[in-house]
Design a protein around this ligand. Structure first.
Ligand code: ATP
Ligand code: MG
Ligand code: MG
Length: 356
């Protein structure tokens, strides 16, 4: 309650004359920041305590998001963007970040009449979500991607992620290599993908990317169940659309959670893959290059493999980055991602045909 009062004062949520109690409660299932809904006399706002371990450059992060926010607002004013936009709320001193006892907070307008989903249930949902991320990408087509600060440098740099794995293998700080040797060997056998990706990059336009295209990073409308907004712009950086496509494949297509050990069930649902293609490509159809569309197949492979590599590296390193709830959690996650990657390879013919 004390925290609610302090935050509402910073963000000018209560007008002095009609001040009533402010309330605060957690919302959503984000993994990175602490996200709360603050309600007072004025419109409710979402307040977020930002994660400075993951994002040391918070001013740049907020600046990136505000640049995109303004770009989308202009598009919306000229009827070229239909979705709602998450706008930052300024403090009474016209700032967008406040330090309260060493924690860094920001506020966003709350998008009411909406809900988020954590797991893709069916192909309709996948198509709606992919279409929203496609609309977002299309609206940023004329945004200069170079204006975005790399808040996490080399976020999707497969070669560097594999190098990091090799260092973790060489150090084997926690004597865990013997329990993960098969997975390590598997990864190192996939290095050909690095070259495939590097070659592609030379032929692709640099884009402003979302870089975290999970289903719970868009909001559905509570009434019509259509797309309401793309949210969570923390990792928006320059990159290639193949990464956003690939991350949807990685996070939408498996019927199992990413830490499930029920590996027999970790498969690519082909109908979901098809829905992602349809949903994402439709808003981009007049903008996407031929090579870019072909690159989506590589994107799917890269994202599944790369996140697996990161889980495996973190396991060998002693679980510093991804929060674990049980011993071997990161190794389980790595095995899960490699199972998904292998199923992707198994279905290459059919899935590539869907992209064509
Ligand atoms: P991630 O783990 O995806 O990085 P995060 O910690 O960065 O998540 P957000 O995705 O920004 O956090 O927010 C977490 C959840 O809070 C969202 O999935 C959504 O349910 C809810 N949420 C966030 N912002 C808003 C908003 N402006 N209006 C309504 N709900 C919101
Ligand atoms: Mg999120
Ligand atoms: Mg996030």
């Amino acid at each position: 309650q004390e925290q609610a009062k302090i935050l509402s004062e910073y963000f000018g949520l209560n007008t002095s004359s009609e001040a009533k109690e402010v309330t605060i409660k957690p919302i959503g299932n984000g993994h990175i920041n602490t996200t709360l809904l603050l309600q007072g006399t004025k419109s409710p706002v979402v307040v977020q305590k930002l994660n400075t371990y993951v994002f040391p450059e918070l001013n740049e992060l907020v600046n990136n998001a505000r640049l995109i926010e303004r770009h989308l607002e202009n598009k919306k004013n000229s009827n070229n963007y239909k979705l709602d936009i998450i706008k930052h709320v300024a403090t009474t001193e016209q700032k967008y970040l406040v330090d309260i006892n060493g924690d860094n907070w920001r506020a966003l307008e709350f998008i009411g009449g909406s809900y988020s989903e954590d797991v893709v249930i069916n192909k309709q949902q996948a198509k709606i979500a992919a279409n929203a991320f496609g609309q977002f990408a299309a609206a940023l087509e004329d945004f200069d991607a170079k204006k975005l600060f790399p808040v996490i440098p080399d976020f999707h740099h497969l070669a560097k992620r594999i190098e990091a794995l090799k260092s973790a293998v060489n150090l084997d700080k926690h004597d865990r290599l013997s329990s993960a040797q098969d997975q390590v060997d598997f990864c190192l056998g996939q290095e050909g993908l690095v070259e495939e990706l590097e070659l592609l990059k030379t032929k692709l336009p640099l884009r402003a990317c979302h870089n975290d295209t999970k289903i719970n990073n868009m909001l559905f409308c509570s009434k019509k169940h259509n797309a309401k907004a793309v949210i969570d712009l923390d990792t928006c950086m320059s990159g290639y659309w193949l990464f956003d496509f690939g991350d949807m494949v990685r996070t939408f297509c498996s019927p199992e959670e990413e830490d499930s050990t029920n590996l027999d069930n970790v498969v690519i649902r082909e109908d979901i893959f098809e829905a992602i293609v349809e949903g994402y490509v439709t808003p981009l159809k007049n903008l996407i290059t031929h090579v870019e569309k072909q690159s989506f197949w590589v994107g799917a492979k890269v994202m599944c493999l790369m996140i697996g590599v990161r889980f495996l590296t973190d396991y060998l390193d002693g679980d510093n980055y991804f929060c674990i709830k049980r011993a071997g959690h990161n190794l389980d996650r790595a095995k899960n991602q490699f199972a998904l990657y292998q199923d992707l390879l198994k279905k290459e013919g059919k899935l590539k045909a869907l992209l064509d």
